[in-house]
Design a protein around this ligand. Structure first.
Ligand code: RM4
Ligand code: MN
Length: 388
């Protein structure tokens, strides 16, 4: 059993970044069920994100998505976030919702459209300058639907060229993090479909280009902790987009569908010493709350991540190594399962009390009246959603 003070210290320092878009309306392509009280702009999203931090104490950053979170004054947005006790985190680019991008953005066969997409990515770096954000997150819907539609290798060349231009624009403390996704919306080829492609492209660029693992972006059954380990080994894990999936890119709450997978991932992270913010790995949520209330959904998600982290920290590393070296298959597996099967909720409640936080952030938020207040106050205007 690990030293509990060390476990608590690690949990106190671990930070989880929230996605602004989790607070707006979202849905599937069949229906968006609007909720009362959702934010109308990025400032109101920051106010909601600050609530999650206020009750959990470990979620001090909100990622933004451009143009969904477009504002006239990004420094003002950063200042407002700061006054609420949080900061603006990763800037997510969006080159997938414009009619021009039907055949792709930076991989489009038309150089004019590539130029337009690149300009957006560069504008996102300008925004990072204003908000003080470190990371530019790149996810591309680019790909093809039919064999022969475009040249697979040529598209990789175009991708490399655009990524290079963005890389050149980064400041010394800025990074670009490249996200991969198996398929959707392209169905035959996706230009960045897997960690291998992302890694090859990032390696060609240099140390400020890193790979993002979105847990929902793999084929069913893929061993994600193996991928995480490989990326950590070569110092190329930029961060996570955490969410849960049953089938494809479901974007359900992290830790809901497969808490054991989350634990296995965090076990690899803990072993590699990559939990603390100084490791450079970002632990972001990328999820939507389509039918459940949004702020409580984010609070529950943060708690789910904390539970997985706590269990990973409780793994008896010495006993595990001894069993592994002795070839004790069941013993080694048992060490891991002992940690996973530990009820860490009392430990986390104690930790929160020590940090001056409510023992149960979820219930404390529900009792606070904030949810009712935003429903009463946020009348009129257009609720934020996934539309650009
Ligand atoms: C993509 C990807 C990106 C996210 C968008 C909304 O599938 O996960 O990270 O920004 O969705
Ligand atoms: Mn993602």
């Amino acid at each position: 059993m690990r030293d509990l003070t060390a476990v608590k210290d690690a949990l106190k320092n671990h930070q989880i970044e929230l996605p602004s878009w989790a607070f707006g309306n979202s849905g599937t392509r069949f229906k968006v069920f609007g909720q009362p009280g959702v934010p109308r702009n990025a400032f109101e999203k920051a106010a909601d994100a600050a609530q999650v931090h206020q009750y959990t104490g470990v979620a001090p950053a909100m990622a933004v998505h451009i143009p969904w979170d477009k504002v006239d004054d990004y420094a003002a947005l950063a200042a407002q976030a700061k006054s609420l006790g949080i900061r603006i985190g990763t800037v997510n680019s969006n080159v997938f919702q414009d009619d021009d991008y039907k055949l792709g953005s930076i991989c489009n066969p038309d150089p004019q459209i590539r130029k337009k997409a690149l300009a957006h990515l560069l504008e996102c770096v300008d925004i990072m300058d204003a908000t003080g954000s470190r990371d530019l997150k790149l996810w591309f819907a680019d790909g093809t639907n039919y064999p022969g539609q475009d040249d697979i290798s040529g598209r990789q060349d175009r991708l490399a060229e655009a990524l290079h231009a963005v890389y050149q624009r980064l400041g010394s403390d800025q990074r670009m993090v490249l996200e991969y996704k198996l398929f959707e919306p392209s169905f035959y080829t996706t230009d960045v479909p897997d960690w291998g492609t992302a890694l090859v492209q990032c390696q060609a660029l240099g140390p400020k280009a890193l790979v993002v693992v979105d847990t929902g972006h793999h084929a069913p059954g893929v061993n994600i902790e193996f991928i995480v380990t490989m990326l950590l080994r070569v110092g190329k894990l930029g961060g996570f987009d955490f969410n849960s999936r049953f089938y494809a890119d479901d974007d359900l709450m992290v830790g809901a569908a497969d808490p054991f997978q989350l634990f296995r991932i965090m076990h690899e992270v803990v072993k590699a010493g990559a939990l603390a913010p100084s490791s450079g790995v970002t632990f972001m949520l990328d999820q939507c709350h389509n039918i459940e209330p949004k702020i409580p959904g984010e609070i529950r998600s943060v708690m789910n991540v904390q539970e997985a982290v706590a269990k990973a920290l409780l793994v008896d590393a010495d006993a595990l190594r001894a069993a592994q070296q002795a070839g004790d298959v069941l013993g080694a597996n048992g060490v891991l399962m002992d940690a996973y099967n530990t009820d860490v909720r009392p430990l986390l409640a104690d930790l929160r009390e020590e940090m001056g936080l409510p023992r149960d952030p979820y219930r404390a938020y529900l009792a606070s009246g904030y949810g009712e207040q935003i429903v009463a106050e946020r009348v009129g205007g257009a609720p934020a959603g996934w539309g650009a």
